[in-house]
Design a protein around this ligand. Structure first.
Ligand SMILES: [Zn+2]
Length: 164
């Protein structure tokens, strides 16, 4: 089954979901390595994803506008505002996933759960992407897990080395 979706909207959603998961996992794990107060970890991470989601939405709007201005053949029928909103909510929604374990568990446990659910999230996003574009869903899922997982790993390694 192939679901119809404007390709620019698909890119906004995928970019937002993937980036929201990967970078927020890095942020929340990084902050929790240096700070033990749960309220501060949650607050700082939430501020970070709100700022990042807004910035990504603005970037989506501006970059897509440039693409539309270059599009002389009128192939782009997507709305710039819609693309920016999809980016914002995809990023924010995905970003809440790695933060949520900190609402329930102590930081040491939450950190591990956060990484695991972020990886599961990447797998699920890849799977649905495969369904949407009409490719092998399982293959897309594994690919997304590897790409996103590598980015997450690099973030975590840098965070570990910079730990104070
Ligand atoms: Zn467009």
């Amino acid at each position: 089954m192939k679901i119809a979706l404007d390709e620019d909207y698909l890119r906004s959603i995928m970019f937002g979901l993937q980036d929201g998961l990967v970078s927020t996992t890095g942020v929340v794990v990084g902050i929790s390595a240096g700070v033990s107060d749960r309220a501060i970890i949650i607050l700082a991470s939430f501020v970070a994803i709100s700022v990042e989601a807004s910035s990504m939405a603005a970037g989506e709007y501006s970059s897509e506008k440039a693409v539309h201005q270059m599009d002389r053949k009128g192939r782009h029928r997507d709305s710039l505002i819609m693309g920016a909103l999809l980016m914002f909510f995809s990023y924010l929604g995905a970003g809440l996933i790695p933060i949520s374990p900190f609402l329930i568990f102590p930081p040491d446990v939450a950190r591990v759960i956060s990484i695991i659910i972020a990886l599961i999230g990447l797998f699920v996003i890849g799977y649905f992407k495969g369904k949407v574009v009409g490719h092998k869903a399982m293959r897309s899922a594994v690919e997304m897990l590897i790409i996103g997982g590598l980015a997450t790993a690099i973030g975590l390694i840098v965070g570990t080395f910079l730990k104070v």
